[in-house]
Every structure is written in structure tokens, then in C-alpha cells.
Design a binder for this molecule. Structure first.
Ligand SMILES: Cc1ncc(C[n+]2csc(CCOP(=O)(O)OP(=O)(O)O)c2C)c(N)n1
Length: 326
């Protein structure tokens, strides 16, 4: 764990909130495969296990009224932005109480009030949307910021460059966060990108490109916080590559055989959750009892979310054509 200046601003309460948020996401994600195999969820399911330090570090670096927008690996990000697990789980179950009324599913969660501007299934498709949100902030002369998260695969898309260019040109208050988990489905970064150090890709737009350890929630927090502050003060965009790993396959149907056992083991040892717990203990911010309490409480919370989803009604057939755009 890196401990720098900004962290002096974090007290033990917020550090433990970060831990709690990461545990919540892991519990949520790890409950999903069983529910999926029981036929309670349908469609695609892309899990976030392993990447929690990125989402939680980012969310804690933002103000409540800042906007977050992301790709389809989004349950963890929806939870990190503050959407309760019940409506997120209900969305996966396709229930009326879901965060998108059961019509979005795993890839299209949305909560305008919490400024979670959704998951998107087209790789890179939401990057220009993030710049549009940023333009709206500029027109309205408010001081919000938008943080846009995407995978390494998105950096090979044309829209990545168009979004970077416009954001830099108009000094849009956007922070781009690339979650480099090493793969786009089964294709490694080295086989897909001419530039493997993805943080370098913003240099053509004179936008700072930074690289952080995406398994270290504090490093993510600190770097994103500085970038968010800069954007809020009119300093324009920053691009951050967070190097991370997904512990599961690309989606629920991917056994992930393209990754060696050795590679998976190395990254498992870097699991951001137990490593953060150790850091909290070593630094004297908490004790084992409190860590266990947090874990038990979050486990229970996810069980309640599952119950809520199971007991919720299906959407009414009269709802079929509302909120649907094609
Ligand atoms: C424009 C476009 N091309 C191809 C696909 C098919 N596709 C779905 S996920 C994916 C991999 C993207 O990987 P990455 O951006 O690294 O995100 P990750 O899954 O690692 O989070 C691809 C190619 C798509 N959804 N959209």
C-alpha cells in the first residue's frame, strides 16, 4: 500500500468504509454464479471480482454529485457509487424493483439520482458520452466532474481517441480511468495493442497519462482524487491506467483457459481485499474483530439483497414499451 500526502485526509472511518465497500462488491459478485446456474438470472454476466480496488478507490475520490459512467462490467461500480445491493440484484433477476426496472439487466444499470450514468455494452461507446456529460457541466457552469471507466480493449477503439481529443480541446472536466485487467475477452493486451503501456496513449492530446496499481485502493484513490480536483478547478482531463486483474473469466460462460494457473496464482496473491485488511491492521486502524464484523455484515446484506430480488414482482406487461428506446 502506498501512503502519500493525500491520505492524511482520510480517517480510520473512511478507510474502513473503503474496506466495507470492497467486501460488499466481492460478496455480491461471488454470489452471482450460483444464482445464474439456478436460472435466476439471464443474459450476459461480467463479474468484477479482483478489480474492486479500482471502483472503490475511484468512487471515494468523487463527490456524491459527480457523475460516473462505465462499460458492462458494472455491478461493482454501481455498488461503489452507492446503489444498494437489493436493486442491483433485482436488476439481474429482471425484476420490477431493479435499478433499471428489470429492463437493463447486467449491462445496463442506471441511477440518475446517484449520478450513475450507466453501463454500456459497446466497447468504448460510452467514452464520447462521458465527454458529452462533461460538456453539459461546462454549459451549466456547475462544478461537477465525470469519471469514465473502461477496459483496456476500449483504448484500441477509434472513439477513445475522439473522446480524448475533444476532452482536451474543450478542457472538459472528465477523468478517464482505464481498468487494464490484461485481457479483452481472451486476447491479451500485448496481442491487441501496439502500445502495451496503455497510460502513454493520451500523450497525443497533451493530456497527462498516469499509471497506478489497480490492486491498491489507496493509490487509486489518491491519484483519482488529484485528477478529479484538477478537473473541477478547470484544469481539464486526466487519463489514468489502473493495472488490475479479473479473477473470473470474461463473462459467466468463459472458463478462462487462456490464462495459466501460475498467472492466476500470482494475481490472487495480490488480492486487494485481504491485502488492504492487513494494511489496516498493521497501521493500527482496526482490529481483527472489526474486520470480521464488516465481513459478516456485508455477507448478510447480500443475502438480504438476494431475498429482496427473489420476492420482488416481475415487471408489469403494461411496462413493456415504457423507458425503451430503439
Ligand atoms: C465495438 C465492440 N466490439 C466488440 C465487442 C465484443 N466485445 C465484448 S466485450 C469485449 C472485450 C473488451 O475488453 P475490455 O475493454 O478490456 O474490457 P473488460 O472485459 O476486460 O472489462 C469485446 C471485444 C463489443 N461489445 N463492442
Amino acid at each position: 500500500m502506498k501512503l502519500k500526502k493525500e491520505l492524511e485526509l482520510l480517517d480510520a472511518r473512511e478507510l474502513l468504509e473503503m474496506y466495507r465497500d470492497m467486501v460488499r462488491i466481492r460478496e455480491f459478485e461471488e454470489a452471482c454464479p450460483k444464482l445464474y446456474s439456478q436460472g435466476k438470472m439471464g443474459g450476459f454476466l461480467h463479474l468484477y471480482s479482483g478489480q474492486e480496488a479500482v471502483g472503490v478507490g475511484v468512487a471515494h475520490a468523487m463527490h456524491k454529485d459527480d457523475y460516473m459512467i462505465c462499460a458492462y462490467r458494472e455491478h461493482g461500480l454501481a455498488l461503489a457509487k452507492g446503489i444498494p445491493p437489493g436493486p442491483v440484484m433485482a436488476e439481474l433477476f429482471g425484476k420490477a424493483t431493479g435499478v433499471s426496472k428489470g429492463k437493463g439487466g447486467s449491462m445496463h444499470m442506471y441511477d440518475a439520482e446517484l449520478r450513475f450514468m450507466g453501463g454500456y455494452g459497446i466497447v468504448g461507446g460510452h467514452l464520447p458520452l462521458s465527454v458529452g456529460i462533461g460538456q453539459a457541466i461546462l454549459y451549466r457552469e456547475t462544478d461537477e466532474v465525470v469519471v469514465c471507466l473502461f477496459g483496456d480493449g476500449a483504448t484500441n477503439q477509434g472513439v477513445f481517441h475522439e473522446a480524448m481529443n475533444m476532452a482536451a480541446l474543450y478542457k472538459v472536466p472528465v477523468v478517464f480511468v482505464c481498468e487494464n485487467n490484461g485481457y479483452g475477452i481472451g486476447t491479451s493486451v500485448s496481442r491487441a495493442s501496439s502500445v502495451e503501456q496503455l497510460y502513454k496513449k493520451s500523450c497525443a492530446y497533451e493530456t497527462p497519462g498516469l499509471k497506478v496499481d489497480g490492486m491498491d485502493v489507496l493509490e487509486v484513490y489518491e491519484t483519482v482524487r488529484t485528477a478529479v480536483q484538477k478537473a473541477r478547478e478547470g484544469g481539464g482531463p486526466t487519463y489514468i491506467e489502473a493495472v488490475t486483474y479479473r479473477f473470473r473469466g470474461h463473462s459467466i460462460s468463459d472458463p478462462g483457459t487462456y490464462r495459466s494457473e501460475q498467472e492466476k496464482k500470482i494475481w490472487r496473491e495480490r488480492d486487494p481485499i485481504p491485502n488492504f485488511a492487513e494494511w489496516l491492521l498493521n497501521e493500527g486502524h482496526t482490529d481483527r474483530g472489526e474486520i470480521e464484523n464488516i465481513e459478516n455484515e456485508e455477507k448478510k446484506r447480500i443475502e438480504e439483497a438476494i431475498r429482496f430480488a427473489e420476492e420482488s414482482p416481475d415487471p408489469d406487461s403494461e411496462e413493456l414499451w415504457t423507458d425503451v428506446y430503439a
